[in-house]
Design a protein. Sequence first.
Length: 247
Amino acid sequence: MSTATNTDVVVLCENNVPAKKTLKMLQENVAKEFYCPIHQPTDRFHCFCRNRQLDMSEIHSGNRTSVRKLKIGTHETLLALFHGFDIRNYDSESRQSSVQSLADDMKLVIDQQRTNKLILLGDFNMNPYERGMNLAAGLNAMMTKSCVERGSRRFQDKDYDFYYNPMWSLFGDNTDGPAGTVYDTSNQGPYGWSMLDQIIINHSIVGIFHSVKILTEAGTASLMNRKGHPDTNNASDHFPILVSFFE
């Protein structure tokens, strides 16, 4: 974390550092305005915000999800945080089923809140190209803005909203920065680099999305080891991502 990123919201998944300690460090080293949007952060998600106008109040929670209100400029959006089943303990079918259950839950939230301005962020434990991410009955997330322009697609007499997944554009070694957010060459990581940490955006608010990048530094501290992979010993086995929106 650095003041250079000008971050308004920080989301940490399965953070081993107590939320109160993390908040104290943010207030001392980044901006004293940081606060916790809810009084008792869950063990799975720690959220910190420094602009109360953004809201970030929780309106729905589950074992692996937390949905917050998020005001971006004039847009009243929903930010859904998600932590998918891990690759080491769950097979691809279980992880796909989990993501399809997430999609069903998000449809209920959208109906209840009467808005489809939904953003999903988190460790999906899936790559953008895996079936649960792009099935119509899954997250229906496409790789380009032009792919989601028509808004939805019809499957089995049902309409499914398109989502835009900008993480596709950060894949591989012909990009600025790392080729993914996780590096693993074991049998759980046959591709080497994976893009498990993602943001996907409902087609209705693609216009306010500005950019996403993979971070390799936190202030003056490097998050990489000497091979350019995530430094699992001193930081995390995942690189964080920084997302920006137009106001």
